[in-house]
Ligand binder design. Sequence first.
Ligand SMILES: NC(=O)c1ccc[n+]([C@@H]2O[C@H](COP(=O)([O-])OP(=O)(O)OC[C@H]3O[C@@H](n4cnc5c(N)ncnc54)[C@H](OP(=O)(O)O)[C@@H]3O)[C@@H](O)[C@H]2O)c1
Length: 309
Amino acid sequence: MWYIWLVLTLVLIKLYNKWSTGKFYDNSVMSGKVVIVTGGNSGIGYATALELAKRGAKVILGCRDNKKGLRAVERIKKRSRNTSVRHIHLDLASFTSVRKFVEEFKNTEAKLDVLINNAGTSGISQDYTEDGVVTDMQINHFGPFLLTLLLVPMLKKSAPSRVVIVSSVLHRFGRIDDLNEMNRYTYVQAFCNSKLCNVLFTTELARRLDGTGVVVNSAHPGQVNTSLYKSTIFEKLRSLVLYSFFKSPYDGAQTSVYLAVSDECDQITGGYFADCEESKMSLKVNEISANKLWSYSESLVKLRPEETI
Ligand SMILES: NC(=O)c1ccc[n+]([C@@H]2O[C@H](COP(=O)([O-])OP(=O)(O)OC[C@H]3O[C@@H](n4cnc5c(N)ncnc54)[C@H](OP(=O)(O)O)[C@@H]3O)[C@@H](O)[C@H]2O)c1
């Protein structure tokens, strides 16, 4: 008998979650807009890319696995009936790959209206990348930092344009001291640190781009049932429990889509959003920390003088 109650309780929780999730109901179209979605082959990124393709945008997926990227392109084309969807290889764990991605993008596209820094990982590897950076930190912050700065000239040229950075409520538990010291952190702490970096980067980039017509905001997607949890202790709790307590990828993509599309936020910059509403960011987010992180990131990604903003 107890299991009937368990299933019933989980179903009720699922319904409550579904009902209480912030949704973006606006039907605005994105025809003529060019959008990059990193990590668009699965989870929240896939749902975001699909939604933007349905609205008519030209969508470029940046994925590290070509097979997965091409498979996602085909699925999105079919489901959205939009043929302007393609993939360019992007491995955020390699600064060389990030530079190649930007070169190819610039050689093949004339503008960029929206950049969605969605790709992320949690606990993939207790290792350093070929660039000598803690892998999770490079995928979640330093890679997207370099990617965004290399695309800033194009975003400025295409203004009004937008940058969306997918962070997490867990940024509240982050720290930014010794970001490249692997032994100091568990992977959960490294995730929180990288997500704090996302919010700090958002505020500093917004400040530096003020008045250029490029707006920058970060998002917390909620707790979403995606493969992000494959590599963590949540793995064993997948299926029913994750399904009940966590949002679907479609619901998790709502805030990213809102920030990419909605007229309501075309003048808002430097904000942090959850459930399609502006939300309070951690008190740790201040100009001093944001500047400190910016300088450190510039030196770690070896940004060239002409690439700084
Ligand atoms: N799920 C949640 O509850 C939750 C909560 C807060 C924040 N977020 C954030 O939401 C974003 C999307 O995550 P998700 O939940 O949708 O997880 P997901 O399904 O695992 O998607 C992550 C995406 O990032 C890609 N990626 C990983 N490493 C990469 C690399 N080196 N280069 C390029 N792409 C890479 C993955 O590619 P592969 O398929 O090849 O691995 C995948 O496409 C992340 O930034 C995450 O931190 C998620």
